[in-house]
Ligand binder design. Structure first.
Ligand code: 5AD
Length: 350
């Protein structure tokens, strides 16, 4: 469906419950028609909270000295991968703070190969979410076997991007765009996304975000509400934010609108949604999302990966989170694409 900037802003501002529910239903129907009924699961492994960046919204920014820094061992990462295989998740997401040193780059290549060889007949799909890297690094990891990459643009408005990042050479809007372009050129299925309800952000900004996804022709998207963190510089603007419930509602609308605009991409229901409402991810599924990334990081370090506060699942282990999620999907009669990669049809159809 073609939605112009005006239409999008109108929908984002809509307060009528009936009108919003029919938007969600339309998006759900579009999803079923174009990418099928199934929800795909990717086991999320938070491999390390060591980061060279200091983004003003993020709890694990390098400037936050209260964080206990960790790095999972190879064995911990491989055992999470085995869990994903056994659970039928089909794919794995390796996420972590941004590092570009040689040792890190080589280690990731090696881990990708080892994960791939855990089951040679039905190898796990591998998505990376490890920040900005050189084209050379992206190529190495692609050749090692990763085939999807998530790198959020955070905001497509360059002025707003500047307000939520430190003003130095490590945090430029331009380098983020360059990285996204490099990923595409390398051959990855590329996912991006934004935070919703940021300080200074307007509905016009959010409409432009959606239009920019369409223009960049993304394959996947993960968006979620911005959540204020008391150990970050943006905390000072907490009084200017929309109430959390409204940030969640806006996030669900963003999912629905994007589904209507880009019917065959993969759209994730994100953990930040679940932070505001225990059923936040499920709401996104009912509004057109088709991917969920259950956290399968070992429990001992989960508390140290608080990009925002009150992140859910810190007490649950992977098996408990899995059961809760699957119960909901079963109840709604939504099939799970077990042991499948669930690649972006948009990428395949291109
Ligand atoms: N609230 C919501 N999302 C956040 N992220 C980082 N900090 C926050 C926060 N305070 C998101 C960013 C990043 C992803 C890994 O987590 O969008 O890309």
């Amino acid at each position: 469906m073609v939605l112009d900037r005006c239409d999008i802003i109108h929908h984002l501002a809509e307060e009528n419950r009936k009108a919003n529910e029919s938007l969600y239903q339309a998006a759900y129907n579009t999803k079923v028609e174009h990418v099928g009924e199934s929800v795909y699961l990717r086991g999320l492994v938070e491999i390390s909270n060591i980061c060279r960046k200091s983004c003003l919204y993020c709890g694990i920014r390098s400037g936050n000295e209260n964080v206990a820094r960790y790095e999972l061992s190879d064995e911990e990462i491989l055992s999470a991968a085995r869990f994903a295989l056994d659970a039928g998740y089909g794919s794995l997401v390796l996420q972590g703070g941004e590092r570009q040193d040689k040792e890190f780059v080589l280690r990731i290549s090696r881990l990708i190969k080892e994960i791939k060889s855990l089951d040679e007949k039905a190898p796990l799909g591998i998505t990376l979410s490890l920040g900005e890297q050189s084209s050379e690094t992206y190529r190495r990891w692609f050749e090692a076997g990763a085939h999807r990459y998530l790198l959020r643009i955070e905001s497509s408005n360059e002025q707003l991007y500047r307000k939520i990042h430190p003003q130095d050479h490590l945090h430029t809007y331009k380098s983020r765009i360059t990285a996204l372009e490099a990923l595409k050129r390398t051959g990855y299925q590329v996912g991006t996304g934004v935070m919703i309800g940021l300080p200074f952000q307007t509905l016009e900004d959010l409409a432009d975000d959606l239009l920019s996804f369409k223009e960049f022709d993304i394959d996947m998207c993960g968006m979620g509400p911005y959540l204020e963190h008391s150990q970050t510089p943006l905390w000072q603007y907490r009084g200017t934010l929309l109430p959390q419930k409204q940030r969640l509602e806006l996030s669900i609308k963003m999912v629905a609108l994007l589904r209507l605009m880009m019917p065959d991409i993969n759209i994730a229901a994100t953990t930040a949604m679940q932070t505001i409402d225990p059923l936040g991810r499920e709401m996104a599924i009912m509004a057109g999302a088709n991917v969920i990334m259950p956290n399968i990081t070992v429990q001992q370090v989960r508390g140290d990966y608080q990009i925002y506060e009150n992140k859910p699942g810190i007490e649950d282990d992977a098996a408990i989170s899995k059961t809760k999620l699957e119960d909901f999907l079963r109840e709604k009669k939504i099939p799970i694409g077990y042991s499948q990669w669930g690649d972006s049809l948009h990428f395949i159809n291109r």
